[in-house]
Design a protein around this ligand. Structure first.
Ligand code: PEP
Ligand code: MG
Length: 831
């Protein structure tokens, strides 16, 4: 860059001036172009175009940040000439800028040129420290700090072990294999890395593993040093060689390059003469509304820390809080939403990110600055792999960045409110932002960036929101409030349609929504099958607000109140009064409808900070569900007391989670009876059991003798029947409640219950699966407790079903060999 060379210390920003990001020089520009200082690959180009990171062939990374606080210009005055992933030669132009505009708009235009990776290289200044400089003048040399990579550092205890193998994974190292490699790596004390070519990653950091961009057939080197290095290398090599359920022949690896990065704006992004802008369909559907733009300012942080200990404690606290929130959100989520939350949870635990943040804190950065510095290069590295799917994971990382910074800075994003009939336009949308939108007002969205397989796209589909992505910068040209027709089926956005086009679109939308509206309109009626058989359709609740939504959607009651969710984010157990007030409020919101309150179900994948459960080898098989209640009898008794205080008596029923044998039900019943006597409650109180363990399912007849009802928790029952951890990404593709083994257990439950005139319900995720509903009904389930939003459609579906057809369908499903076969059957089923 042409300009005046100066010391970093002259830059009016402590992050640069104090060398927090790395050593280097400053340049006060007189020219208008940043040129590549060395050959390399563009690792990151900031969206606002003001900064670029280049990875030199030798592995060192250099950041060039034009001016101070220029991110606030939001791209104005910058014209990037390259994109992440581009290979560049020394001297190639990278960014052009409008110097006048920058001088007027930024606190300083002095541009730091920094070495980011100061562990392996040091900066050795070349030329005058202060004075004019021209493009091509040398400014510094990078001097390796350690021995060359072949001579890997040897741990004090000596052993360095390495093995190479060709990757036999059909989809390369993507999120799931990365998580499994980490799982294996953490069992060893050795330092373990995986490398592909020059790129190397800590085996304990799934995020870093993704950035390897390793594909089928690539040669991977596993290297470890430390006491158990040999065992570690062998274990990881064996794991990879096993194929992890995705085995493919490495020789079949195609020579075709990975899919191009979908996030890259389409260069052809222009609004046509008839007012159309094309995009890529992320979620199908048709919507008509007004353009409203989502602007989200970057969260401002104070980059300088007040002390390493304090900053580390703040970061730890924020990470813990976010972890708990994600857990809490996952408890009531299902399907795509749940697995995305699980992916975010795994990223939050990433050792590589945490270590990088800790290192930044140790050099004086604030907690926020450290988190940002840790996460951004990784997100950019994912984009730079050139693989569209990995690039889309970068959005998840940005989401985590924002959520942690919000917690640190106490600037939680307000709920994103938009007026009715909004079609949302945004540069990009993060998963948590989408989850926070009110679907009643936002009818669909279009984003400039993003990809069709991103988490945001999956979420949009699960919410039924039409969405287009990768629409390019022309999206900014759409005036706020413009009338839009978003036809995601045709991958097109019509801006300012004429009256005829608009009328036609309205007719189509009306037709498409007719069924849903119908379902909604009839949602309040009691649910009966075509032949008149009564099926109760209830909703699962986790909060008071949920109860209101449930009633509006026609829920006939609550079949599962997840009480742990009401009190998850607390450091202390809720008092009796607090519990009573919450339960009463929910009962009131349900307006007299039945409320099945599940006793506290913590442990396993549902931690509660106020009830620390010692680390367990197998938490899913340990202290969880009602076992926690027995371990903390006062807590159990207080909860039962709070439930029995709710008026009117009888509206609340009690449900016991994770029952494995009749004794447990008896013990709970004893407490209920004792508290009833103490409170003078004369009426009997209904106490039911959840069928979540195979033990409970196969002894349902014994349980039904004493339980007032049985409700199948298909999430846990599936986990335990198939021996597949519901939170483990490695088995996420195979864990399906429609597996014939699970269906047979539900059938057994219904039979056992019927023998004693008890009803069987389903409150697990299967009740919210429209394909599963006819089978469940055919098996004898008479109560379905589902996600509130689905209640109208479930009721409408049940009304079309004949019992005979459902029974025959269920019988056929029980004879299938796999969940996949059942799914095919379910797709073809016609009532
Ligand atoms: C279940 O296991 O199916 C259930 C409803 O309980 P949870 O998902 O809360 O464990
Ligand atoms: Mg459960």
């Amino acid at each position: 860059m042409q300009g005046w060379r100066c010391a970093l210390a002259e830059i009016p920003d402590p992050v640069f001036a104090q060398g927090m990001l790395g050593a280097g020089v400053g340049i006060d520009p007189t020219g208008d172009t940043v040129h590549a200082p060395c050959d390399g690959i563009i690792r990151a180009l900031q969206p606002a175009g003001h900064a670029v990171t280049i990875a030199a062939a030798e592995g060192a990374e250099v950041l060039i940040h034009v001016g101070v606080d220029t991110v606030a210009l939001d791209g104005r005055g910058f014209k990037p000439l390259v994109a992440a992933g581009d290979r560049v030669r020394r001297g190639d132009p990278l960014i052009r800028f409008d110097l006048d505009l920058l001088v007027r708009g930024a606190p300083s235009v002095i541009t730091p040129v920094l070495l980011l990776d100061s562990d392996r290289y040091a900066v050795s200044p070349l030329g005058e420290a202060d004075g004019p400089i021209a493009v091509g003048d040398p400014i510094f040399a990078l001097v390796p700090q350690h021995a060359a990579p072949e001579e890997a550092p040897v741990a004090p205890d000596g052993e360095v072990v390495a093995r190479e193998l060709q990757l036999p994974l059909a989809h390369g190292i993507h999120a799931r294999p990365a998580a499994r490699i980490r799982e294996t790596a953490v069992r060893f004390s050795a330092e373990i890395s995986l490398s592909k070519g020059e790129r190397s990653a800590n085996a304990r950091s799934p995020v870093a593993l993704l950035t390897l961009g390793a594909r089928l057939g690539d040669v991977i080197r596993i290297e470890a040093h430390g006491a158990d290095a040999q065992a570690a290398v062998d274990a990881i090599a064996d794991l990879i060689a096993s194929g992890m359920g995705e085995a493919a022949d490495p020789q079949q690896a195609s020579a075709t390059p990975p899919e191009p990065i979908a996030a890259a704006p389409a260069p052809a992004s222009t609004i046509s003469s008839d007012g159309k802008l094309a995009g890529v369909t992320a979620s199908p559907g048709l919507a008509i509304g007004h353009a409203r733009t989502l602007h989200l300012a970057e969260i401002e942080i104070d980059p300088v820390g007040v002390g390493a200990e304090e900053e580390q404690a703040r970061l730890d606290q924020a990470l813990r809080t976010l972890g708990r929130r994600l857990d809490a959100e996952a408890v009531t989520a299902s399907g795509a939403r749940r697995s995305i939350l699980a992916a975010h949870r795994a990223m939050l635990e990433d050792e590589g990110l945490r270590d990088a943040a800790a290192a930044a804190i140790a050099t004086g950065a604030s907690a926020g600055q450290a988190w940002r510095t840790a996460i951004r290069p990784q997100a950019e590295a994912l984009r730079a792999t050139g693989d569209a799917h990995l690039a889309e994971r970068a959005d998840d990382m940005r989401d985590l960045e924002r959520r942690v910074l919000s917690l640190l800075m106490g600037v939680e994003d307000a709920p994103i409110a938009f007026p009715p009939d909004t079609i949302l336009l945004a540069e990009d949308l993060l998963p948590s932002q989408l989850m926070a939108l009110d679907p009643a007002n936002v009818l669909g969205f279009c984003v400039e960036k993003g990809g069709p397989t991103s988490h945001v796209a999956i979420l949009a589909a699960s919410m039924g929101l039409p969405a287009l992505v990768a629409m390019g910068p022309a999206l900014h040209e759409i005036a706020e409030g413009s009338m839009l027709i978003l036809d995601a089926d045709a991958a097109s956005l019509q801006i300012g349609p004429d009256a005829r086009t608009l009328a036609k679109a309205h007719a189509l939308v009306a037709e498409r929504h007719a069924r849903r509206l119908d379902a909604q309109a009839n949602a309040a009626a009691p649910c009966h099958m075509a032949g008149g058989e009564r099926i109760e359709v209830f909703a699962n609740l986790g909060s008071r607000a949920d109860a209101e939504v449930a009633v509006a959607n026609g829920a006939e009651g609550c079949g599962l109140l997840r009480t742990e969710f009401l009190f998850l984010e607390r450091e202390t157990a809720p008092s009796l009064a607090e519990q009573t007030a919450e339960y009463q409020a929910i009962a009131d919101a349900l307006g007299g409808r039945s409320l099945i309150v599940r006793l506290l179900d913590v442990g396993g994948d549902k931690p509660a900070p106020y009830l620390p459960i010692p680390a367990e080898e197998n938490p899913a098989l340990g202290l969880r569900g009602i076992r926690v209640g027995f371990a903390h009898p006062q807590l159990l008794e207080d909860q039962i007391r709070a439930i029995l205080r709710v008026q009117p008596i009888g509206q609340c029923r009690i449900m016991v989670p994770m029952i494995a044998s009749i004794d447990e039900l008896r013990r709970v019943r004893e407490v209920v009876d004792r508290v009833r006597a103490e409170l003078g409650v004369g009426e009997p109180v209904s106490v039911g059991v959840m069928i979540e363990t195979p033990a409970a399912a196969v002894t349902a007849d014994l349980l039904a003798r004493e339980a007032d009802f049985l409700s199948v928790g298909t999430n846990d029952l599936t986990q335990y029947a198939l021996a597949m951890d519901r939170g483990n990404p490695a088995v996420a593709g195979a864990i399906d409640g429609l597996h014939p083994a699970v269906l047979r257990m539900i059938a057994e439950t219904c039979r056992g219950a019927a023998r004693h005139d008890r009803w069987t319900g389903v409150c697990g995720g299967l009740a919210s699966d429209l394909r599963a509903v006819p089978i469940l009904v055919g098996l004898g389930v008479t109560e379905l407790s589902a996600t509130a939003a689905l209640v109208p459609e479930i009721k409408a579906l049940v009304a079309t079903l004949s019992m005979d057809a459902c029974r025959a369908h269920a019988a056929a499903a029980l004879q299938c060999g796999s969940a996949a076969e059942v799914r095919i059957l379910a797709r073809e089923f016609r009532a």
